[in-house]
Design a protein around this ligand. Structure first.
Ligand SMILES: Nc1ncnc2c1ncn2[C@@H]1O[C@H](COP(=O)(O)OP(=O)(O)OP(=O)(O)O)[C@@H](O)[C@H]1O
Length: 538
C-alpha cells in the first residue's frame, strides 16, 4: 500500500500527466477544428467537397492511430516537415479524431427538426444566421454526451504517443516498472491517475449538460439557465409571475369583444373596397412537379391587398405547395409569381437568385408564414421566438424587438407565457406564438398552411379567433389553406378550390360554399359536412 501511495504521488509520473494532457488537448482541439471543416464539406451542396471529406474519413477512420503517429513523426520529415514528438503525436491524434467529431457534428446538425429550418427560412434568415441562431445551439446540446465520450477516448488514445517516445504517463509507468519490477503498484497507481482524469472529463460533461438543460425548474437552477444567450428571459416579469398562476384568456376575450362575423352588407362593402385595391400576390400559369408527379398544373391566382382567400381542396391537391412557392420555400418549374409587384426568385436579368439573396428578398418583400406544425424554435422562449428574428433579420435593437414581441404576445393573449419554452405550451398556445412571430415584421401578406390541423378540437377555436381578428379587424392580406369550412365561410372573402394542382372553382366564399357549381367542389363539401374530420376526404 505504501508503495502504491509512493508511486501515486511520484513527481516523475505526475509530470507524465502533463504530457498526456498536452497530447490530448492538441488532439481534441485540432480534431474539433478539422472536424468542423470536414462536417461543413460533407454538408455542402458541392459534391466534390463532400467526396473529399468522405475519402478522408475512410482513410483516417480505417487505419490504426499508432501507424498515424509513426507516420507523423517518421514520414513527414521526408517531405521536409520535422515536428517535435509531442506535436507529431497531437497532430496524428487530431487527424484521427476529426472524422469521428465530424460525424458527431453532422448528426447534430441533421438532427435539428427540418420544420424549424423552414420556419427560419420563411422568416428571411440567411443560411449563416440559421446556422448560428437555430441549428448550432440545438446541435451543440445534443452533441455534448458524444463529445464527452470522444474526449475520454482521446485521453486514453494519447497513451499511444509513447510509440514516438513522448514521455507521457503510460511510457513513464512502463519505464519505471521495467527498472523496479514493481509492476502491480506502478500500473495500479497509473491506472488510478487515468481514472481521475477521465472522471474529471465526465464531471465537466455532466456540468455542461446541466448548464445547457433548458428544462430545469427549481428556482436556483433556473437562475443560471436564464443567462444562456438563447434563453434570455425577462427576469423582472418572471419574478412577478413566479408565484402567480395566470390562466389563458378566453379566446373570445382576446380583444374584449365577442367573436367577429361580418353581416351580408359589410361583406358587400368589403368586396367593393378590395376590388379597388392593388394586387398583393399574383401567380400566373404556375407549374411544379415532384419527379413525374405534377403538383401544380398551370395554376393562376390573384389576391388583392386586404383580401382573405381560403384554399380548399382534397389532400394532395397542391395547397401547401402553392403557399410554399409564394414564399419561395420551393422552386417552381414554370410560370411567374409576383408579391407586391415584385417577381420572386430572379434578379432584373432573369437570373436565379442565390439562397442568401432569396432570404434577403423574403425579408424585404414581407411574406409571413404560419405552419401546420407550428415550427417554433425549440430552444427559445416564446418571447425570443418573436424577438430573435427581428434582431437577426431586420436589425432591430434588443429593446425595440422585445417591446414588439411583448406587444404581439399580448395581442394573441400570451404575455403571461412569454418566458415559456415551446414544449411547455399547449398546441394552441404554440400556434398563437407562431402567429405572433409571423406578424412581428409587419408582413404585407400572411400565409397560413392548415393552421389548426395539428390541434386537438378544443384548441382549434383559440387559434381561429386570433386569425379571424387579423382578417376582420386588421385587414391583413391572408391566404389560408384550411379544412375548416365554417371558418372559411365566416372569414374568407374568396374561396379557391384546388384539385389536381389547379383552381377548378373560385368565387365569393359564401357563394362557393353554399352553392358550388363544380361537382368536385360539391362532393368535397358534402363529405366535409358528413364528417367534420379532414381525414374523411383523404
Ligand atoms: N417534397 C416533396 N417531395 C415529393 N412529393 C411531394 C413533396 N411535397 C409534396 N409532395 C406531393 O405533392 C402533392 C401535393 O402536396 P401538398 O402538400 O401541396 O398538398 P395539400 O393539398 O397541401 O395536401 P394536405 O391538405 O394534405 O396538406 C402530394 O401528392 C404530395 O405527396
Amino acid at each position: 500500500m505504501s508503495l502504491f501511495l509512493h508511486y501515486l504521488s511520484m513527481p516523475y509520473l505526475l509530470e507524465g500527466i502533463e504530457l498526456t494532457l498536452e497530447v490530448t488537448a492538441l488532439g481534441l482541439g485540432g480534431g474539433l477544428i478539422l472536424g468542423l471543416i470536414l462536417a461543413g464539406m460533407q454538408l455542402s451542396r458541392f459534391w466534390l467537397l463532400a467526396a473529399i471529406a468522405r475519402a478522408y474519413t475512410v482513410i483516417f477512420r480505417g487505419t490504426p492511430l499508432i501507424l498515424q503517429m509513426v507516420f507523423a513523426y517518421d514520414a513527414l520529415p521526408h517531405i521536409g516537415i520535422k515536428l517535435p514528438a509531442v506535436l507529431a503525436a497531437g497532430l496524428a491524434l487530431a487527424c484521427n479524431e476529426a472524422p469521428f467529431i465530424a460525424e458527431m457534428l453532422r448528426a447534430g446538425v441533421l438532427g435539428v427538426d427540418r420544420g424549424q429550418l423552414t420556419a427560419g427560412q420563411a422568416l428571411g434568415m440567411t443560411p449563416s444566421v440559421l446556422m448560428r441562431r437555430v441549428i448550432a445551439p440545438q446541435a451543440i446540446r445534443t452533441m455534448i454526451p458524444a463529445f464527452g465520450n470522444e474526449a475520454v477516448s482521446a485521453l486514453k488514445n494519447s497513451s499511444l504517443a509513447s510509440v514516438v517516445a513522448v514521455q507521457e504517463l503510460t511510457l513513464r509507468s512502463t519505464q519505471l516498472a521495467s527498472s523496479t519490477f514493481d509492476f502491480f503498484s506502478i500500473f495500479f497507481a497509473s491506472g488510478l491517475l487515468y481514472l481521475v482524469l477521465t472522471a474529471t472529463i465526465s464531471v465537466i460533461q455532466l456540468f455542461v449538460e446541466w448548464l445547457l438543460d433548458l428544462d430545469r425548474t427549481t428556482r436556483r437552477e433556473r437562475k443560471l439557465a436564464d443567462y444562456l444567450p438563447w434563453r434570455r428571459v425577462d427576469l423582472a416579469t418572471k419574478l412577478e409571475l413566479a408565484d402567480a398562476t395566470v390562466a389563458d384568456p378566453d379566446p373570445a376575450e382576446l380583444a374584449d369583444t365577442p367573436p367577429l362575423a361580418l353581416t351580408r352588407e359589410e361583406r358587400a362593402r368589403r368586396a367593393t373596397t378590395i376590388a379597388r385595391n392593388n394586387i398583393a400576390v399574383e401567380a400566373k400559369d404556375l407549374t411544379k412537379s415532384y419527379g413525374p408527379q405534377k403538383v401544380l398544373d398551370g395554376l393562376d391566382l390573384t389576391v388583392r391587398v386586404g383580401e382573405v382567400v381560403a384554399l380548399l381542396g382534397p389532400s394532395g391537391s397542391g395547397k401547401s405547395t402553392l403557399l410554399r412557392c409564394i414564399n419561395h420555400l420551393e422552386n417552381w418549374d414554370a410560370g411567374t409569381l409576383r408579391v407586391g409587384g415584385r417577381r420572386l426568385g430572379f434578379d432584373e436579368n432573369g437570373k436565379r437568385l442565390s439562397p442568401r439573396a432569396i432570404a434577403n428578398e423574403r425579408a424585404s418583400v414581407g411574406v409571413g408564414m404560419v405552419f401546420q406544425q407550428f415550427n417554433l424554435f425549440a430552444h427559445l422562449s416564446a418571447k425570443e421566438n418573436v424577438a430573435g428574428p427581428l434582431r437577426w433579420v431586420h436589425g432591430m435593437t434588443r429593446i425595440d424587438a422585445d417591446r414588439r414581441a411583448t406587444e404581439l404576445l399580448d395581442r394573441v393573449g400570451l404575455s403571461h407565457r412569454a418566458d415559456a419554452l415551446p414544449r411547455h405550451l399547449s398546441g394552441g398556445q404554440q400556434q398563437r406564438v407562431a402567429i405572433a412571430r409571423a406578424l412581428a415584421p409587419n408582413p404585407s401578406v400572411l400565409l397560413l398552411d392548415e393552421p389548426t390541423s395539428a390541434l386537438d378540437p378544443e384548441l382549434v377555436n383559440e387559434v381561429l379567433e386570433v386569425i379571424r381578428r387579423l382578417a376582420i379587424d386588421d385587414g391583413l392580406t391572408m391566404i389560408i389553406s384550411t379544412h375548416q369550412i365554417r371558418f372559411a365561410d365566416e372569414v374568407a372573402d374568396r374561396v379557391a378550390f384546388l384539385s389536381g394542382g389547379a383552381i377548378i372553382e373560385e368565387g365569393p366564399a359564401h357563394e362557393v360554399l353554399t352553392n358550388p357549381r363544380n361537382p368536385l367542389t360539391a362532393r368535397f363539401l358534402s363529405v366535409m359536412e358528413a364528417d367534420k374530420t379532414p381525414e374523411a376526404v383523404r
